[in-house]
Design a protein around this ligand. Sequence first.
Ligand SMILES: CC(C)(COP(=O)(O)OP(=O)(O)OC[C@H]1O[C@@H](n2cnc3c(N)ncnc32)[C@H](O)[C@@H]1OP(=O)(O)O)[C@@H](O)C(=O)NCCC(=O)NCCS
Length: 154
Amino acid sequence: MKTLRRNLELARAQPGEASDLSRLAFAAKASHGYGADQMAAWRTDLTVTEVFLEAHVTWVARLDGDLAGWGVTVAWGRRCRLEHLWIAPAYQRQGIGRILLRHLAMEARAAGWTELEILSDPLAASFYQRCGAQSAGDVALSDGRRLPLLLLSV
Ligand SMILES: CC(C)(COP(=O)(O)OP(=O)(O)OC[C@H]1O[C@@H](n2cnc3c(N)ncnc32)[C@H](O)[C@@H]1OP(=O)(O)O)[C@@H](O)C(=O)NCCC(=O)NCCS
């Protein structure tokens, strides 16, 4: 466990936390203002299972013991991809996302990666750019949307 500033701790997610993490991801995504139908369509993508948590090192941020956010990277072919990064609405814009992303980047670097690939929600792309990621075009999805692709040197 790592204490990064007063009352903020980063720690590995524990077995049994999948439901809490999924709920937080859903609330974080909804904070962009997406409609109920769209959110319902994304529910599966925003759900993590205990099996996923067992298979991937997932980091949570706790502020005064409260779950404030979480994130995880995965190996994606020959690249390391940011698979999830979510900050609970009540804790957004307080610097926690930047700290968590920096930590995930350090972990990726320790694992031998040099770059983190980020397929971003369009409304979060500026956050990644503020954190040093470079725009690398966009990617077309099967549902017709195009998502910004960013690369972060780690
Ligand atoms: C996007 C998210 C992870 C950022 O985390 P955060 O803790 O709110 O961001 P921080 O407070 O660390 O912000 C770091 C910088 O990015 C900026 N920023 C944060 N969110 C932003 C956004 N959505 N758009 C533009 N800038 C943003 C902050 O103002 C800050 O700027 P600074 O360099 O001037 O200080 C978080 O707000 C979130 O979970 N949003 C909803 C879900 C989401 O989009 N997740 C990412 C999926 S790809």
